[in-house]
Design a binder for this molecule. Structure first.
Ligand SMILES: CC(C)(COP(=O)(O)OP(=O)(O)OC[C@H]1O[C@@H](n2cnc3c(N)ncnc32)[C@H](O)[C@@H]1OP(=O)(O)O)[C@@H](O)C(=O)NCCC(=O)NCCS
Length: 181
């Protein structure tokens, strides 16, 4: 369990899966995710079984918000394709409960995950891909310390058009100097 100021990150349980399916089938939530087809609970259960077998490479976590009713799930984030030789991983995130978009929860969750990735897992590079059409995501990542490093041209087909994917990353050294200043 990773504890932040307003949120905590915990491991995914089987009971979370129906909530994930509801979030991921919301067109506003999945628009900028690499998820083009409707998702069934069966598919999500298969994903869960797979990631349990691949724990060293795939670490999804639930984002929970501290509320008067207790800890409430609002989304999911994780480190994926963890490469232990080159010490890098890809970050993925969605806040499934749209009520909590643009309130800094994404940034706080990412900052907590970076701390875990660099200080506990001893990673050196955490990167992500984001749609060029996702200004809220891009801004959230910039706020969390990610820098732009390139673009994959016409890498995604979205709403009838090809769009570019932006590549962003943060290195451990950058993260350390940011936290020391
Ligand atoms: C992307 C996402 C994770 C960001 O989380 P969040 O909690 O909403 O983000 P934050 O509040 O930390 O930061 C968002 C920033 O973008 C800004 N923003 C939002 N929409 C914007 C827009 N259309 N243009 C410019 N800035 C925008 C917000 O004002 C905020 O900046 P600020 O802190 O300077 O005010 C969340 O919105 C989400 O899950 N979206 C749907 C799924 C998704 O896109 N996942 C990412 C795939 S790469």
């Amino acid at each position: 369990m990773l504890i932040g100021k307003r949120i905590r990150l915990r491991a995914v349980e089987k009971e979370d899966l129906p909530r994930f399916v509801a979030w991921l089938n919301d067109p506003e939530v999945n628009r900028h995710l690499l998820l083009a087809t409707p998702l069934s609970l069966t598919h999500e259960e298969q994903w869960y079984e797979r990631i349990l077998q691949q724990h060293s490479a795939e670490q999804p976590l639930v984002i929970e918000r501290d509320s008067p009713e207790g800890w409430t799930p609002i989304g999911n984030l994780g480190l994926h394709v963890i490469d232990w030789v080159n010490r890098s991983a890809e970050l993925g995130i969605f806040i499934g409960d749209k009520t909590y978009w643009n309130q800094g929860y994404g940034r706080e969750a990412i900052e907590l995950l970076l701390q875990y990735g660099f200080n506990s897992l001893n990673l050196n590079r955490i990167y992500l891909r984001v749609d060029e059409t996702n200004p809220g995501g891009i801004r959230c990542y910039e706020h969390a310390g990610f820098v732009h490093e390139g673009r994959q041209r016409q890498a995604k087909f979205e709403d009838g058009h090809y769009i570019d994917l932006l590549l962003m990353s943060v290195l451990r050294s950058e993260w350390q100097s940011r936290n020391n200043s």
